[in-house]
Design a protein around this ligand. Structure first.
Ligand code: FES
Length: 234
């Protein structure tokens, strides 16, 4: 065990764990978008930023990838951290204005405006789908391609991959297309009060990396409608 200083408190943590894991162990909340237990940390969204080091010599690091070390000073709620986090959430909101997960996070972190042009993308390049496919599903059906502004998640040569087993794992973990808010004013409002909605259907997201054909969500929905019309209980 080693000792670190977490938000001013001296705490013992296991050597080799990440700052995020250590903080969570002590009940300190750090928001994340590209981190999921069971998948390797990627450090892509930078939402889990924390400030480490003494004042005047401190720096921001991603807590999901940074390992604790003896005597490390960590601040998870400093002014610098809060401002950077809010800026990132504004950028994510502009990228995917109606993502419920991003809206919820933004609202929770007191983001009240978005100063960037909405881009209405279906992807924030968090890489969760890529890691889910590769590490949990042993699929390797999708990966990152291109660089800079062209960077995107796609299948090899943008063709339906033979490796894809239509498990839907990529869509299940996607923060941009999962449970997208469809409520009134969804694009302008920043709120965390709306209902959880069913998985979006492929027909609305033809650019998303879902190759479920037929789409499982649509099939379930049409079966439910059919049962209701036929007088059966759902
Ligand atoms: S959760 Fe750490 S960078 Fe995304």
């Amino acid at each position: 065990m080693i000792e670190i200083r977490l938000n001013g408190q001296r705490v013992k943590v296991e050597e080799g764990v990440s700052v995020l894991d250590a903080s969570r162990f002590y009940g300190v909340h750090i928001p994340t978008l590209c981190f999921l237990e069971g998948l390797s940390p990627y450090g892509g969204c930078r939402l889990c930023l924390v400030e480490i080091g003494k004042p005047g010599q401190s720096k921001l690091v991603t807590s999901c990838t940074y390992k604790v070390e003896e005597g490390l000073v960590v601040r998870t709620q400093s002014e610098r951290v809060i401002k950077r986090r809010q800026m990132l959430l504004e950028l994510y909101l502009a990228t995917c204005p109606s993502s419920k997960i991003i809206q919820d996070l933004a609202s929770k972190h007191h983001v009240t405006q978005v100063r960037f042009q909405p881009r209405h993308e279906d992807c924030i390049l968090c890489g969760l789908c890529v890691r889910m496919c590769k590490e949990q599903m042993q699929g390797k059906a999708i990966n990152f391609a291109h660089r800079g502004t062209e960077r995107a998640v796609c299948t090899p040569f943008d063709k339906k991959s033979e490796e894809c087993r239509l498990c839907g794992g990529c869509m299940y973990v996607c923060p941009a297309c999962q449970a997208r808010c469809q409520g009134p004013g969804a694009e302008e409002a920043i709120c965390n009060a709306c209902l959880n909605l069913p998985q979006p259907c492929l027909e609305h997201f033809d650019n998303a990396m879902c190759y479920m054909d037929p789409c499982v969500a649509c099939e379930l929905e049409s079966k439910r409608e059919h049962d209701v019309k036929g007088g059966k209980k759902a």
